[in-house]
Design a binder for this molecule. Structure first.
Ligand code: APR
Ligand code: PHB
Length: 389
């Protein structure tokens, strides 16, 4: 098989890139480890920056997002038993975010790709290998149904997430990795119950962090900070709901509607960046190159901005025979990535329970300053809605 761009990974980054390249008339193939059902079964975050909303529209897949997505104009910070609202439009000249599950984003992109008859090879397992990407004729090899396959291409896009084959294929001396592991996890629960509030509530409490989020007016997503060694099997639904209640203010506690969990899992928190993001004809995008703690809801949005930069570089290569966009891809993407890494790290360090009373008192002072200073609230709001590309 021959294509112009071979994409590894059918998550949001790979599917978005495939759609943008297709719209620009650039041939591409996606090779995915899992089945499409498995990919759609993943529960991930659900807050889209304007950049991501515009990218979905540019890909021609924004209709359901606009129909079913929820436009949010603010978030609430809960600390010392009281809630304080951060209003986005007044602090960011009218910007908002869109609450629309990543699962739905992935579904919309998958359906558009299938409708366009584009080549997506699912369920190849861990058989993908990358070859000759330091030259000008890279190749992908993979196995499926007992058969070996090779894809000759001009470029390989490594959109295969944190545990993928792409970054692992780069010679150790050619890549630098920066990492911070947080000493706790997020126990998350998804349930078909109405959200406790129409906007997200980020709670800083003596028992630890909690987040009240949602997927729609009838489906809610909740998280509580738990120690790293916690096991999800130790948490019944009832135990989760009781712990969440203990981290809410009286009004939210009163309004909370509970129900059986559709999904319950514990995710560790990590900050990670690999530099650079381009190695000859291999470019990394999305979680393959960086990870953020979910506190700032930046993971999906960073994948989107990487893909926007990468797609424009590839389109420029084919349309104008210019390598300027690709030559600047890594530096350009990393400038935005590190700002989102900083924001996600800052918000995580501010909202979570760490050992030591001094740190807690400093967190409470910063929260008090944050909600009473227009400058500090603006800094939070403009990072949350997304910095410009
Ligand atoms: N071969 C082929 N596909 C692979 C391989 C491999 N060796 N390894 C991983 N994959 C696939 C995964 O199965 C997954 O479907 O690559 C895809 C990577 O998708 P994501 O992990 O979702 O990463 P990305 O597309 O960059 O999206 C980032 O997803 O995980 C969330 O929080 C993250 O919101 C962020 C978003
Ligand atoms: C979610 O809805 O899953 C979610 C929302 C906001 C976050 C993290 C997760 O910061």
């Amino acid at each position: 098989m021959r294509t112009q761009v071979a994409i590894i990974g059918a998550g949001p980054a790979g599917l978005l890139l495939g759609q943008l390249l297709f719209k620009a008339g650039i041939d591409n193939v996606i090779v995915e480890r899992q089945t499409s059902e498995y990919v759609l079964g993943r529960i991930r975050a659900g807050v889209l920056e304007q950049v991501m909303v515009e990218l979905m529209d540019e890909c021609g897949v924004g209709a359901r997002m606009h129909r079913e997505g929820l436009v949010h104009e603010g978030i609430e910070l809960l600390f010392k038993g009281a809630r304080h609202r951060i209003d986005f439009p007044s602090l960011t000249h009218g910007k908002t975010v869109m609450v629309y599950g990543q699962t739905e984003v992935t579904r919309d992109l998958m359906e558009a790709r299938a409708a366009a008859g584009l080549a997506t090879v699912y369920d190849v397992g861990d058989t993908v290998s990358l070859h000759d990407f330091e030259g000008t004729a890279p190749k992908l090899r993979y196995r499926k149904d007992g058969q070996s396959h090779e894809i000759e291409c001009d470029f390989i896009a490594g959109c295969d997430g944190f545990h993928g084959a792409s970054r692992a294929s780069v010679p150790k001396g050619a890549i630098r990795e920066y990492e911070k592991i947080y000493p706790f996890g997020w126990l998350g629960l998804l349930a078909d119950v109405p959200p406790v509030f129409h906007e997200l509530i980020y709670a800083h409490t003596e028992r630890g962090f909690a987040l009240c989020s949602m997927r729609s007016a009838t489906r809610s997503r909740y998280y509580v900070q738990v120690p790293l060694e916690e096991k999800v099997e130790n948490w019944s639904d009832e135990a989760f709901w009781n712990e969440l209640r203990r981290r809410l203010d009286p009004e939210a506690r009163e309004r909370l509607v509970t129900g059986p969990s559709l999904e319950k899992s514990i995710a560790p928190l990590r900050s990670f960046v690999a530099e650079p993001m381009r190695f000859g004809r291999l470019c990394l995008a999305g979680d393959a190159a960086h990870i953020v703690p979910p506190t700032g809801a930046k993971g999906l949005n960073l994948a989107a901005s990487d893909v926007k930069y990468l797609a424009s570089g590839l389109i420029e290569h084919y349309r104008e025979r210019s390598s300027v966009g690709l030559d600047h891809y890594s530096d350009r993407a990393l400038r935005r990535i590190w700002k989102a890494e900083r924001f996600s790290w800052w918000f995580t360090m501010l909202m979570h329970k760490f050992p030591g009373d001094f740190d807690r008192k400093v967190q409470e002072a910063e929260l008090d300053y944050l909600v009473h200073s227009n400058a500090a609230s603006t800094a939070l709001a403009e990072n949350y809605v997304g910095l410009r590309l």
